[in-house]
Ligand binder design. Structure first.
Ligand code: C2O
Ligand code: CU
Ligand code: CU
Length: 561
């Protein structure tokens, strides 16, 4: 049904204005939602090759069903990216043997890349290059999704500095399901600045993609079973690293570089070594820090990456070190915790992988004092130093929203239009956190003329802005908020006083000095970021990287104009 249908439109507006829409919407079967018109996505013809684009690297990327060994015994049905290098230097593609994960794609800053995506699934898909700064039409926006059997051509130049990025599907409402079933991979960018450091490479640079999965008795993947699984995010009871359970690496007694990614749909980790050795971090989502940082533990939310220096020198052959997720609290509503039936509770203490020293070597690279340099923006550099762009988080009874509105591809609000080549100050906050920000959110929604006023005032049985200790806070959970396009810098995090005990279990684990594209926003927290919107016009999504939330509509577009 067309979105232009005036009857649908006015009905939708009525429902939205009265605040009835969302509750009804969230509980509706998909067929009814489609009739409502909110979900209608136009189908664009798949993009073809531009013969004038001279590719340095040309890759065919396939996504298709696969049957793989994950646990002992019966093999598991999954979905998988595979790739073939048509043109380009050796070493662009590295398969992870036996894993459902896609091959590691290694690219260099300045390279021109063409990727032919073939949809071998039984449903629509599109691939997004999470972390890359590419034109809007190359970004894997759901508008560009292709049907089974179709091919989509991407062509872009690598403008990013060195860093670890992610490629994963981004189709409308089915991102989480496709990622969960296996579609994801690492895309590493290298540059001169990084190469000059001589960091551990080859066998000494190891990708660590952490995911959680739930299996049935036949070793088959189980996914979202009910509304609760969507609202809280879906949690498995098995931790997989690089697609394997009980992951172990054999290491030499020397320094390694671990390229760590949280590829889970919802699970948040608190990484720490089991013997209390502090973690040394070299980089974050957007590449290397200026200097290494040492932390007792590090938080890693879905979509985030960490570049970790792991030094096993001086350790005896036969000794082992276990990377664990350590105990923490406060990322899920207390209610959600109680209803979390997974055998592996979020925030409990459990192992992720083991590094076992199997060979003694005498030589090891030294940790560099300085790693990189990058431009630091100040609030005064932004176009809006006194008026941050809001990203408000609403947790309603049956819906998770950003800026009070569910996702629709054609619903850009006035404040979501951003002039190209500007640098913007943004503020991410919980809508029912109370205080000054509630007014700001109202203003944000007011621009659109169809604000969800009813939601904010708690008319739907959710929290009202009455204070941190109220129902609002009980419903509150942490959300990893991701912005497409260029990396951003985190300027400030408000102290969280309402639930200080919970907050203290995570607060030392944030690496806020680096470049980021995803930031974990704890309940009640107010996070200010500065982000440039340079070079490319068009639609750039911002969303929760709890992928169940994303698929529920906790996503919006910025339109760079
Ligand atoms: Cu990794 Cu829009 O996502
Ligand atoms: Cu992204
Ligand atoms: Cu979320």
């Amino acid at each position: 049904m067309s979105d232009q249908n005036p009857n649908n439109y006015s009905r939708r507006r009525f429902m939205a204005q009265t605040g009835l829409g969302l509750l009804a919407f969230a509980g509706m079967p998909r067929s009814l939602k489609a009739m409502e018109g909110m979900q209608a996505m136009p189908k664009l013809p798949p993009r073809q090759i531009n013969p004038n684009f001279k590719a340095d690297v040309d890759i065919e990327l396939f996504c298709k069903p696969a049957i793989l060994p994950i646990l002992a015994g019966r093999q598991t049905q999954a979905l998988q990216y595979t790739a073939r290098l048509l043109q380009g230097p050796k070493g662009v593609l590295t398969d992870i043997p036996g894993s459902y994960l896609g091959p590691i794609i290694r690219l260099h800053k300045g390279q021109k890349v063409r990727i032919h995506l073939h949809n071998g699934l039984s449903e629509a898909t599109v691939t997004h290059w999470h972390g890359l700064h590419v034109p809007a039409e190359m970004d894997g926006h759901p508008l560009y999704a292709i049907n089974p059997g179709e091919k989509l051509v991407y062509e872009f130049e690598i403008q990013n500095r060195a860093g670890m990025n992610i490629y994963h599907p981004h189709p409308h409402e089915t991102t989480a399901k496709q990622v969960y079933h296996g579609l994801a991979g690492a895309l590493l960018v290298n540059d001169e600045e990084e190469a000059a450091l001589g960091l551990p490479s080859g066998d000494y640079e190891i990708p660590i993609v952490i995911q959680d999965r739930l299996f049935d008795a036949q070793n088959q993947l189980v996914y979202v079973r009910n509304m609760h699984d969507r609202m809280m995010g879906f949690y498995g009871d098995r931790i997989l690293v690089n697609g394997r359970a009980d992951f172990q690496i054999d290491v030499d007694s020397r320094a390694y570089r671990l390229r760590v990614m949280n590829g889970s749909t919802a699970r948040i980790y608190k990484l720490g070594w089991d013997d209390g050795t502090p973690l040394t971090v070299l980089g974050t989502d957007g590449g290397l820090l200026e200097k290494p940082e040492t932390k007792p533990y590090m938080m890693l939310a879905p979509g985030e990456r960490l570049d970790i220096w792991a030094d096993f020198s001086g350790r005896a052959v036969g000794s082992q070190l276990v990377m664990r997720s350590l105990a923490f609290s406060g990322v899920l509503p207390k209610m959600g915790m109680m209803m979390n039936h997974s055998g592996l509770a979020v925030g409990s203490d459990y192992p992720i992988f083991t590094a076992k020293v199997t060979r003694k070597v005498s030589d090891s690279p030294k940790l560099p004092h300085n790693l990189s340099s990058f431009h630091h923006y100040q609030t005064a550099d932004t176009a809006n130093p006194d008026k941050p762009l809001p990203i408000s988080i609403t947790e309603a009874h049956m819906a998770m929203l950003l800026n009070g509105r569910p996702y629709a591809y054609n619903d850009v609000q006035e404040f979501e239009r951003i002039p190209v080549n500007t640098v913007q100050l943004l503020e991410i906050f919980h809508a029912h956190g109370g205080g000054a920000h509630a007014g700001q959110e109202a203003e944000a929604m007011g621009h659109g003329g169809m604000g969800m006023g009813g939601m904010r005032h708690g008319g739907m049985g959710m929290g009202h802005g009455g204070g941190m200790g109220g129902m609002g806070m009980m419903m509150s959970m942490a959300h990893p908020i991701h912005l497409h396009g260029q990396s951003f810098q985190i300027i400030s995090r408000s102290a969280n006083t309402a639930n200080a005990d919970d907050y203290a279990t995570v607060s030392e684990g944030f690496i806020d000095h680096g470049l980021k594209d995803t930031v974990l926003v704890m309940p009640g927290e107010i996070v200010r970021i500065i982000k440039p919107f340079q070079d490319f016009k068009g639609l750039f999504m911002y969303h929760c990287h709890n992928l169940e939330h994303e698929d529920m509509g906790m996503m919006r577009d910025f339109l760079v104009v």
